[in-house]
Design a protein around this ligand. Structure first.
Ligand code: GTP
Ligand code: MG
Length: 364
């Protein structure tokens, strides 16, 4: 049986991994390749899984911890796609707060499952909103040095850095960010991209089709700093049902909710890494995102529908404590329900700090 090409797209929370996976998936499918996707998170109820399934992809999920700590689950989920008709390619999106993936996922796959998987160069997306501050050494990056350590380690271990969201950057900003990466990590290939417009994707697809040249040794990662950096991020996944006596505009109402939550975050001094809300009613679905305190919330998937009710899933990753995060989510949902005459019933709430990563394998 031919081997499945395993393409992993990493990068910090909100860097654009899911948007990139969706664009790559569509490009491969247009080429007649069968594509499957694996998503991953520390918790359950993933917005990304819903978003990608809504796009029509076959999606397997590894919830509960990152790929490196759930390596056997990743192999299991990836193997299950082969049950009916095996995919030609698997696109995998790891948790955005995870690093050391070359040593704990890519190398174990190459060594232990070489008959089944052919691993593509590991692409890591650079998130401009935080990259400029962190690579530039700005102490006001909104994250502690330990969380910024993870951001930098992700870039360091990349075979290829995708400088994403260039549709929002000026040519000077693109050059400056590229220089910041190359000054810190000499020789690192950087491809400017826009997962939104498709700019740079021909180059990315070419790079992903080429053989991976494995680095001579893995990067050094201080797991104490890594664990403490991850634990500074509050994690919250919330599921709720929204009912109304009259139809309401789903997109506008969701934008109003995330804007109120952005304002509440600003008042509490918590920096969002990525805050996203998926809303659906039948075939109608909308997605709103917030990727930093300086960015405006945006509607990245529009339903263009008025609906009598909806199911919402909130995935929030924030530099702050999970208890305050839960209070903020509950209070903003209550206010929002009052403003729009809605009845909101929360039927799932998980919030925590990610635990210390303990990889199943680490190949040196
Ligand atoms: N302008 C612009 N926005 C983008 C681009 N790529 C992604 N985004 C937006 O950035 C936000 C985050 O994108 P995602 O694809 O969800 O990011 P992610 O890395 O998967 O996020 P996590 O899974 O939470 O770590 C969304 O609002 C996207 O619409 C891009 O190329 N240009
Ligand atoms: Mg994602």
């Amino acid at each position: 049986m031919p081997r499945i090409r395993f393409v992993m797209i990493g990068g910090f929370l909100g860097a654009g991994k899911t948007t990139t996976v969706a664009r790559l998936g569509r490009a491969y499918a247009r080429d007649g390749r069968r594509v499957a996707v694996v998503t991953n998170d520390q918790a359950h109820d993933l917005v990304d899984t819903r978003t990608l399934r809504h796009e029509g992809f076959e999606v397997g999920e590894v919830p509960g911890a990152c790929f490196c700590c759930k390596f056997d689950d990743l192999v299991d989920v990836a193997g299950r796609f082969s049950g009916t008709a095996a995919p030609d390619l698997i696109l995998a999106e790891p948790v955005g707060s995870c690093t050391d993936l070359a040593a704990t996922v890519i190398e174990p796959l190459r060594h232990l499952h070489a008959d089944d998987y052919d691993v593509a160069p590991f692409t890591v997306l650079l998130k401009p909103e935080h990259g400029r501050k962190i690579l530039g050494g700005d102490r006001n990056a909104g994250f502690s040095p330990k969380a910024a350590y993870i951001f930098l380690k992700q870039i360091e271990e990349a075979d290829l850095v995708g400088l994403n969201k260039v549709d929002r950057l000026t040519p000077t900003e693109i050059d400056d960010l590229t220089d910041l990466v190359r000054n810190r990590f000499p020789g690192k290939p950087v491809v400017p991209l826009s997962a939104r417009t498709g700019a740079g994707f021909d180059r990315l697809l070419d790079a992903l089709a080429s053989p991976r040249i494995a680095p001579s040794r893995p990067i050094d990662v201080d797991y104490d700093v890594y664990a403490e950096g991850e634990a500074e991020l509050g994690w919250l996944n919330c599921r709720c049902a929204v009912a109304s006596s009259a139809e309401f505009p789903l997109d506008a109402c969701m934008l109003d909710l995330i804007t109120a939550q952005r304002d509440a975050l600003a008042r509490s001094g918590m920096e969002p890494a990525h805050w996203k809300i998926h809303g659906e009613h039948g075939e109608d679905a909308a997605l709103v995102n917030l990727v930093s305190r300086d960015a405006a919330p945006e509607l990245s998937v529009a339903s263009e529908s008025r609906v009598p009710g909806a199911r919402l899933v909130v995935n929030a990753r924030v530099a702050g404590d999970p208890e305050s995060l839960e209070e903020l989510v509950r209070a903003t949902l209550d206010d929002w329900a009052l403003r729009h005459n809605l009845v909101v019933t929360i039927d799932g709430m998980q919030r925590f700090r990610p635990g210390r990563p303990v990889p199943t394998h680490r190949f040196g």
